[in-house]
Write a protein that binds this ligand. Structure first.
Ligand SMILES: Cc1cc2nc3c(=O)[nH]c(=O)nc-3n(C[C@H](O)[C@H](O)[C@H](O)COP(=O)(O)OP(=O)(O)OC[C@H]3O[C@@H](n4cnc5c(N)ncnc54)[C@H](O)[C@@H]3O)c2cc1C
Length: 385
């Protein structure tokens, strides 16, 4: 079997799995702001969340291209992979920067789904996008680090056993570069909840299981520090290309869902004695969204191929995320417009997907920050902030 056939097999398996979780399933969860436990369990049992974990640790050792195909198919089916996508890639920091002992301690259990590592604590209320301004501190005391501070938008914290946490180990005014002095820890949240960790859900416009997390003298064993103390910012940056590519793939899935949904409706809805899709005023926005989506999908493919070949892919991963998020939002707006008033009715799923895909203009990185990155680091323009 060649690589393309292998990928098509994966896509077919995801489609079959997702068919068991139709729009009515996601609508009900959305209404109740409930976590898709059954869906995540099915994906875990099918090994879909362990595709990036090497075989020696019990995963399937496939690349980001396969992971992107899985997430794209979930979104193309009308579902939402955000409930569990981080279980695929957060472990990348341990894989790349953890010690041999840490890898064998955590990765096999993550691969088996016995341990969920899908909470990622970086964003803080006061620092925002300026990650080096975070205030959560980790102070070494004997064999432990003592953590104090607060994170916000820590998604899936209530549905994760472990959290990858970024904290300051040396104050910003005592380091040569502001990116120094930040460290990454694996925090056992089940233990933490008994002594100093508090999780509070944040209700949002989408069903995203996101939270704020408070640390009050939480002790974390020193051997939960990943890599070298003070080098955490670089480790976090290293993991971001994978996240950008995978979320871009979700956006492509969303865009394809919106386009298919709009085409179906435009063919079947008859007004003025003919299908609305016969009007160019209705056709052209659909065709335009399609062209934007296909172009963005090529950039996602390019970024994923570079990533899988172990080559630098920062510009491509960022452009893929931005172009795919733009394409999905364009398609969302078009799909709502095509449906007229019915686009607002819950039962069509359009309004839910419309809300869900809007997130990707902001998280995990906002469009402006991608543009700043491209301007400064790729085009050599002066730093703007
Ligand atoms: C549902 C949801 C889930 C999330 N999940 C997680 C998670 O699991 N873990 C985690 O750590 N974070 C998470 N986030 C946080 C997310 O990564 C941030 O919201 C995002 O990076 C933007 O940061 P901010 O909200 O602080 O916006 P700010 O940094 O306050 O920015 C506000 C606006 O100003 C713009 N802006 C800021 N600075 C500049 C500049 N220099 N130039 C131009 N424009 C600028 C931004 O583009 C943005 O539009 C999540 C957010 C949401 C909403």
């Amino acid at each position: 079997m060649n690589a393309a056939e292998g990928l098509e097999d994966i896509r077919n398996s995801v489609r079959a799995l997702c068919a068991r979780f139709p729009g009515s399933y996601w609508r009900e969860l959305d209404r109740e702001r409930r976590y898709p436990t059954e869906f995540v369990k099915a994906l875990t049992e099918a090994g879909m969340l362990a595709v990036l974990i090497p075989e020696e640790y019990g995963g399937s050792g496939l690349g980001i291209t396969a992971a992107a195909a899985i997430l794209e198919e979930i979104h193309k089916s009308g579902g939402n992979g955000a409930a569990c996508h981080a279980q695929m890639y957060t472990m990348g920091t341990i894989l790349k920067h953890g010690s041999a002992e840490q890898k064998s301690r955590w990765l096999p259990k993550i691969a088996a789904g016995e341990l969920r590592l899908q909470a990622f604590g970086v964003t803080e209320p006061t620092a925002g996008t300026d990650t080096t301004a975070i205030r959560t501190t980790a102070v070494r005391r004997g064999d432990t680090y003592v953590i104090n501070g607060q994170k916000v938008w820590t998604s899936r914290a209530e549905h994760s056993d472990l959290m990858l946490l970024l904290a300051r180990t040396t104050p910003r005014d005592k380091v040569a570069r502001r990116t120094d002095g930040l460290s990454v820890f694996v925090v056992d949240m089940r233990e933490g909840l008994k002594r100093g960790l508090t999780i509070r859900p944040i209700r949002t416009m989408i069903n995203h299981a996101t939270t704020e997390v408070f640390f009050d003298n939480l002790e974390v064993p020193a051997d939960h520090l990943i890599g070298e103390e003070g080098k955490g910012f670089r480790y976090i940056l290293d993991g971001m290309n994978a996240e950008r590519i995978l979320i871009a793939a979700e956006c492509i899935g969303d865009a394809r869902w919106f386009i298919a949904k709009a085409c179906d409706y435009a063919r079947s809805r008859v007004v003025f004695g003919r299908p609305i899709g016969q009007n160019q005023g209705v056709q052209f926005p659909i065709a335009r969204a399609f062209a934007a989506t296909e172009a963005a999908a090529l950039m996602v493919c390019e970024a994923a191929s570079l990533f899988d070949a172990g080559k630098p892919c920062g510009p491509q991963a960022n452009m893929a995320k931005m172009l795919a998020a733009d394409a999905s939002w364009q398609a969302a707006d078009m799909c709502l417009q095509t449906h007229g008033g019915f686009g607002f009715a819950e039962e069509y799923d359009v309004e839910r997907k419309f809300r869900e895909t809007r997130l990707y203009q902001i998280a995990p990185i906002s469009t402006n920050l991608i543009l700043s990155y491209l301007a400064e680091h790729v085009l050599g323009l002066p730093r703007s902030y």
